[in-house]
Design a protein around this ligand. Structure first.
Ligand SMILES: C[S@@+](CC[C@H](N)C(=O)[O-])C[C@H]1O[C@@H](n2cnc3c(N)ncnc32)[C@H](O)[C@@H]1O
Length: 372
């Protein structure tokens, strides 16, 4: 293992933003207690944590905007937007830049998280409650987003929390929430369609209140309808490749019939090596929602600037179901060649897919490894 420069994590984050063609958010601070940033959750090498954290937060924004657009609304027209169960603001930092702090609201059960998002992003923030019957929403919202809370709730509070949030919508309001797709669960699934396992990433929340929940989309829809959310639609494994996204409202949303996956590439740089003779080899895989087709091109960004074209081909086997085989296709890619100019110093590489519709999506950034 090579030693990393102290700023390697920040460089990879910045090079990911550059390769994705994005301006970094105005607020880059990450709270040290943010579970979504911890190594045990991200399971990536320390220098890649910021990049993955920012990528997941930005993906939430893209998925939310895509869902709202299918529902016939947009963040531009929403007077008040609530990110419920916002944590320490992985998504909020992007929402604030998109909407302006005045229209953005956040809430979480963790008081330090609520204080952090209020102080850091300047948004309206309020404490949530452990029991849904104790939750009081201070107002009604045009958009409520709930990323990865219903993926953790037990049966007893799942519907009641949904009911409180449904009542918190304006008449035309839209609720966007996520649940774990059952296909990602490695253990036995409950025949009821609702599987709750009392285990989670949190070291502070009781596992009886906050575990890991896997629900059949049809059951999620039935529960939502029972709370008065008469229009409800689902895209399976739409966010982070493991969670279903549901859009729900009390009014009819005919556009949801044409809701398609957000154009986002997910994948990995598996090897990024530079030999002592100056020959470089970088390769990995990229996975795309099947309905979006094959990539148009795959590129490698070097040091956040120079672009090198990569070869790609379809992966020879279908992905297993747990890996998303029903929804995604994998493409393998690589590029190699002389790169003696990279022998000195530390260098980053970032992998970019250009999708069939022209969207540019950067799915990984890593340090180039020196090998013998
Ligand atoms: C998996 S994290 C997701 C955080 C954030 N939405 C994101 O995507 O980064 C789930 C969040 O739900 C919060 N949470 C748990 N129970 C809650 C409750 N009863 N009300 C509000 N938030 C809750 C946790 O504190 C945690 O911040």
């Amino acid at each position: 293992m090579h030693s990393r420069s102290p700023d390697a994590e920040e460089r990879l984050q910045n090079d990911w933003f550059a390769a994705a063609g994005l301006q970094p958010p105005r607020h880059l601070a990450i709270h040290p207690d943010d579970d979504m940033y911890q190594g045990r959750v991200l399971q990536v090498s320390p220098e890649r944590r910021r990049q993955v954290y920012m990528r997941c937060g930005h993906e939430s924004l893209c998925v939310l905007e895509n869902a709202l657009s299918a529902a016939g609304c947009s963040l531009d027209r929403a007077g008040a937007v609530l990110d419920f169960a916002c944590g320490y603001g992985r998504l909020l930092r992007f929402l604030v830049d998109r909407c302006g702090a005045e229209r953005v609201h956040g809430s979480d059960i963790l008081a330090p998280a609520v204080q952090f998002v209020r102080d850091t992003f300047g948004i309206h923030a309020f404490d949530s409650a452990r029991r849904p019957e104790d939750l009081v929403l201070p107002r009604r919202y045009d958009v409520i987003h709930v990323g990865s809370l219903f993926s953790h709730l037990p049966r007893a509070t799942f519907a009641p929390f949904l009911a409180v949030l449904a009542r918190g919508l304006t008449d035309d309001g839209v609720l966007v929430f996520t649940t774990h797709n059952p296909s990602v669960h490695r253990g036995a699934l409950d025949p009821s369609g609702f599987t709750f396992v009392p285990l989670s990433e949190s070291e502070v929340l009781a596992t009886a209140d906050y575990g890991s929940t896997f629900v059949e989309p049809a059951l999620v829809q039935a529960i939502a309808k029972a709370q008065g959310l008469t229009a409800v639609a689902t895209l399976e494994r739409e966010v982070w490749r493991i969670q279903d996204v549901h859009v729900a409202s009390r009014r009819d949303l005919p556009g949801l019939r044409h809701w398609r996956p957000t154009p986002i590439a997910r994948g990995s740089i598996v090897r990024a090596e530079l030999r002592a003779d100056g020959h470089a080899w970088v390769g990995g895989f990229v996975r795309l929602p099947r309905v979006l087709g094959a990539p148009r091109e795959v590129w490698l960004g070097v040091d956040g600037a120079r672009l090198v074209r990569a070869e790609w081909r379809p992966h020879p086997q279908a992905l297993p179901d747990g890996e998303g085989g029903r929804w995604f296709d994998q493409f393998d890619w690589y590029t190699e060649g002389p790169a003696a100019e990279l022998l000195a110093g530390e260098h980053t590489v970032a992998a970019i897919a250009v999708l069939a519709d022209g969207t540019r999506s950067c799915f990984d950034a890593r340090l180039l490894e020196r090998v013998c």
